[in-house]
Design a protein around this ligand. Structure first.
Ligand code: LUZ
Ligand code: MOS
Length: 769
């Protein structure tokens, strides 16, 4: 089934925040963000700004009617700065004016002085100073101390990954509309309507039942709106509450890029030990997470880095430590993969380092260490592993060994271009790592005309979750999809929602829809049994018809609905689902945190231009563990998008803050994102269909985040291509692998690098000219 939004999307009729008709009397907000990254505030002067045309009011922390606090996990994030700023862009004042232009013009007239404080942008420096947001976390399996002695080979190194701008097409924004008796209705571009509701309640001083957060859809989220939609919604809500006028603020791109957090950069150390048979015996990574100036979701992201630090491998002795380091950058936040990709990069770097030193292909080590069913992860859960199945199907189905030979032949025959190949296995745990978030609710109404309205906590952000919810309802009732409408996500209809995140939205909300629809269906069947004088167990509904056993009756869906209504039996249901089995103890750091894992393996091929350092991704071919996909079209779309987003993170996207904590890559002129030319020339997706039961909705495994990590393979393929040109170059593990870095590595003249390649290319250029 096609995404139900595809028609209105292509016709430009889909409604996003900025498409909501503006209500008369609406004020436009704009936040004045700190121009410095760390300091004490002095002499905030608003007079010139207040005198600007159209300005109605400028709010500061003194105007906050509730608690001046929006920190979700740790209360370390004021809505508006009081006496202290700790990152560039931190909101200090909120201007309200009659137009958006007037609000932005007034911001430029605000002046403020600071007593400067030291600016820390490096997580290792923060850790050395003891500036951690939460305690260090350590996951342990076996005993590394004893294990090093059993290793034939031990390697140590460092691996860094940079941040990533979410670049959702729709920027952050909110629209707050006052209701009677101090109530507030909020439209917000948020993945977490309840998170917004909580932040608004806390900062405005209203009860949650006074606040309806209503979300139709987002133009992308990618994690950036899991927590960081709260700020803008709380500012609009505060202004609407104080001024009793509707207030709207949709950030422009520059504001959005400068003021919001991104994927966490990580700097990591690793030590890896292998036995003579190339089995990984011990692994000891240390992660320095650049959390930014406030906790936001960093502690949870940190945890997922540890969960995924061994990726798809079974390693019997692991000691993994992670530090949540406070720096003077905008608070970094959720981003597709949620710390998992950062953890996986480091183990892949460790394997690549070992492979380089041993003069073998990394795939030899990867293949020997894939986990198997029953193997224990460092957090105690046992694998139900499809790692080997995905790997073997990739290597066999895509003829990887043949491709490797062809690439070797190509590289032997060409000097100006080199190709590289890498395999990237992925293993990603599905469930919020915070067990209590794994719950969802659905409200289903069957109307007397036979149409069905479904509300859930799921937020549609382009991922197609509404289509999947619709499929669940249509399938349970066995009715035409056209009869079902997925309503907006509203905190008045569905309470206490978890954000649409963690790849778990369709699973959690889909199960709730399934339960609600099944309950209504059972009532309908009971009525059919009475009306048809049949045994209830013999009643089924198929294609909008009631069947008694195999016999089709003249009772249609519509007639049965009316009959049920006529008997005064409820045609509505509100259902709750909580993932069974899962638990995790943060004291012992052991448990069973995930409902299941998603596996996959990608084979990646790239070609680099050895004169320019530019490159193309020739192919990303994956075997992906879908369980039993309920919507292959949408799931393919998620995989293609995830791969390209992962490639962007690993190759082009370079978030650059200078030493003063200012974002230099603050626009699309300076921040390069993947475009159509960065898309692999070939993306192949093969389905690993598994029969085993799982906790996914209709056994259709979660698909949102795992494919992003296939993009990591591109980094290692590029590395292999560079080494084909300059065999002894030592390439630091420092993503992204931009064309500049490729060029530098190709012509690296440090003594360890061989000069041979240079001479060869010089000769070749001479011949060609
Ligand atoms: N958000 C969250 C997530 O709050 N907890 C998680 O475990 C998670 N995982 C992936 C993406 N978002
Ligand atoms: Mo997310 S990183 O699933 O909001």
């Amino acid at each position: 089934m096609k995404n139900i939004d595809s028609r209105t999307h292509v016709r430009g009729e889909s409604v996003y925040l900025d498409d909501i008709p503006v209500i008369r009397g609406t004020l436009f907000g704009a936040a004045f963000g700190s121009p410095v990254a760390h300091g004490s505030l002095k002499n905030l002067d608003l007079t010139a700004a207040e005198a600007m045309p159209g300005v109605v009011r400028i709010l500061t922390y003194k105007d906050v009617t509730g608690e001046n606090q929006i920190g979700g996990i740790v209360p370390d994030e004021p809505l508006l700065a009081e006496h202290h700023v700790h990152y560039c862009g931190m909101p200090i004042a909120f201007v309200l004016a009659e137009t958006d232009e007037e609000a932005h013009a007034a911001i430029k007239k605000i002046t403020v002085d600071f007593d400067p404080l030291p600016i820390i942008t490096d997580p290792r420096e923060a850790q050395a100073r003891g500036d951690l947001i939460v305690r260090a976390r350590t996951f342990r399996l076996g005993d590394v101390t004893d294990a090093w002695a059993q290793c034939a080979h031990v390697f140590e190194g460092r691996a860094d990954t940079n941040g990533q701008e979410h670049l959702y097409i729709e920027t952050q924004g909110a629209y707050a509309v006052p209701q009677e008796n101090n109530g507030l209705k909020l439209y917000s571009s948020t993945q977490g309507p309840t998170a917004v509701q909580r932040a608004v309640a806390r900062s405005s001083g209203l009860a949650m039942h006074q606040i309806d957060v209503d979300v139709t859809r987002l133009g992308g989220g990618f994690g950036g709106k899991e927590d960081q939609a709260n700020m803008w919604a709380a500012l609009c809500a505060l202004a609407a509450h104080v001024l009793k006028r509707p207030v709207k603020y949709a950030l422009n791109r520059i504001e959005d890029m400068a003021m919001t957090g991104k994927r966490h950069p990580y700097s990591s150390d690793f030590k890896i030990g292998l036995d003579a048979d190339l089995k990984i015996v011990a692994y000891e990574p240390t992660f320095y997470q650049n959390a930014g100036a406030a906790a936001d979701l960093s502690p949870a992201v940190l945890e997922r880095t540890l969960f995924h630090c061994t990726n798809s491998y079974y390693i019997p002795n692991v000691l993994a430590t992670a530090y949540c380091c406070r720096t003077n950058l905008p608070p970094n936040t959720a981003f597709r993969g949620f710390g998992g990709p950062q953890g996986m990069f480091v183990i892949e770097a460790a394997i690549a380092k070992a492979a380089d030193a041993l003069g073998i292909d990394a795939a030899v080590i990867q293949a020997k260490n894939l986990n198997q069913t029953g193997d224990e992860f460092p957090y105690g859960q046992k694998a139900e592993s499809e790692a080997r199945a995905c790997w073997d199907k990739t290597v066999g189905g895509y003829e990887v060994n043949t491709r490797r030979n062809e690439i070797a032949a190509f590289n032997a025959a060409n000097v100006l271009y080199k190709k590289g190949l890498a395999l990237m296995p992925v293993c990603f745990g599905i469930s919020f790592t915070n067990t209590r978030m794994n719950q969802a609710r659905a409200l289903v109404h069957v109307y007397t005309d036979g149409s069905v309205g479904v509300s859930t906590g799921a937020v549609e952000m382009g991922q197609g979750v509404n289509t999947k919810m619709l499929q669940v309802a249509a399938q349970v009732f066995s009715i035409q999809p056209e009869r079902v409408k997925i309503q907006s996500t509203s905190t008045y209809r569905i309470a206490n929602t978890s954000p649409s995140a963690a790849s778990a939205t369709a699973d959690l909300n889909g199960r709730a829809v399934q339960i609600a629809c099944t309950d209504i269906l059972n009532r309908l069947k009971a009525v059919a049994a009475i009306e048809l004088h049949a045994d209830e167990a013999a009643i089924t509904l198929k294609d909008e018809r009631v069947y008694v056993g195999d016999e089709c009756t003249d009772y249609t869906w519509q007639r049965l609905v009316l009959a049920t209504y006529g008997r005064r039996i409820s045609l509505s249901e509100h259902a709750h689902y909580a993932t069974p089995v899962i638990q995790f103890d943060p004291v012992t750091e052991k448990g069973h945190p995930f409902a299941y894992h998603v596996y996959g393996t990608a084979v990646v091929e790239v070609t680099i231009d050895c004169v320019r350092g530019t490159y193309e991704t020739d192919a990303v071919k994956v075997v992906h563990d879908f369980g039993a996909s309920m919507n292959p079209l949408i799931d393919r779309g998620q995989i293609e998008g995830g791969i390209v987003q992962g490639i962007g993170w690993m190759t082009l996207e370079e978030v650059i803050y200078d030493k003063t904590g200012r974002l230099r890559s603050n626009a699309l002129s300076t921040y390069k994102v993947p475009d159509i030319y960065s898309v692999p020339k070939e993306i192949a997706i093969d389905f690993l269909e598994t029969q085993a039961d799982n906790l996914a909705i209709f056994r259709s495994k979660a698909v949102g985040e795992p494919p992003l990590m296939y993009g990591i393979g591109v980094y290692f393929a590029l590395r292999n291509a560079i080494r084909a040109f300059n065999p002894s170059v030592v390439i630091p593990f420092d993503a992204p692998m931009t064309p500049e870095k490729v060029l530098l590595a190709l012509y690296d003249t440090t003594p360890t690098a061989s000069p041979v390649a240079h001479d060869k290319i010089a000769d070749d250029l001479a011949v060609n000219s």
